[in-house]
Ligand binder design. Sequence first.
Ligand SMILES: Nc1ncnc2c1ncn2[C@@H]1O[C@H](COP(=O)(O)OP(=O)(O)OP(=O)(O)O)[C@@H](O)[C@H]1O
Ligand SMILES: [Mg+2]
Length: 275
Amino acid sequence: MIELDGALVTAYAPGPRGARRGAEAVVTLLGPVTCTLAERRVAVVGANGSGKSTFARLLNGLTLPSAGTVRVGGLDTARDGAAVRRRVGFLFTDPDAQVVMPTPVEDVALSLRRTGVPARQRDARAREWLARVGLADRADLPVRALSGGQRQLLALTAVLATEPEVLVCDEPTTLLDLRWRAVVDALLADLPQQVVQVTHDLDAAARADRVLVVDGGRVVHDGQPAAALAAYRALMAAPPAPDPAGPAASPAEVVTSRRGRPRQRTTSPGQDDLA
Ligand SMILES: Nc1ncnc2c1ncn2[C@@H]1O[C@H](COP(=O)(O)OP(=O)(O)OP(=O)(O)O)[C@@H](O)[C@H]1O
Ligand SMILES: [Mg+2]
């Protein structure tokens, strides 16, 4: 069970060029969001820049809330970050952000090391994991020799090998062709874990138990897929709202000057992924 209570993410946006020091604005990237996610399959949709990745990253503590709390299985992402990341696997859009070892078998073995599998068992167990997803014959190839679809499958396998209780996926199929998208979709569908998936694939979102629509850093609709996706389509058909942060800046809402300095706890991408 994932619980967000008034979760707010803010960041500093640089002031205009040449402006004095301290002219930065604090912008709200997301929230405040209050919701409890208990469904097996949750989809998150929204326009580019609406705050979906920020939402996803909150769920495993890659981004910490500036205010409010995020809990997974009762663990606070701010206080128990390492424990949360052991429970919540995170799959990025681009497998190259995730796969770090030279070969698939070594990459999955690294995940097994993180979960405490003894060294002498890791190679065989990694090969078993790769066999489950049809990558057994690619186990010893250089990772760069794999296709993009195979690399995404490897990234997913390496996350699953940590045996997370929840899997958060940030656009896991955006870079894939239709065939590989179907492969990854089928694997995600069969998982026993809770899966929260950010996606631009509205067919995938329609198969979820619950859909959150994010717009301008807020959850503007939350409910059954049919109603949520109808709301999302209507939103996308309407002209965009004027951007309070300026045409070249983020669509996030400017909330205060730096003088009212809140905690800035946004971490950089991949900083402690799967630590
Ligand atoms: N550290 C930061 N400082 C300032 N603005 C940020 C920061 N991180 C994200 N943003 C802005 O917050 C907004 C939301 O970003 P986010 O990545 O969550 O959007 P998204 O919905 O995932 O978009 P996409 O569909 O393009 O992946 C964007 O406008 C982004 O530029
Ligand atoms: Mg994103």
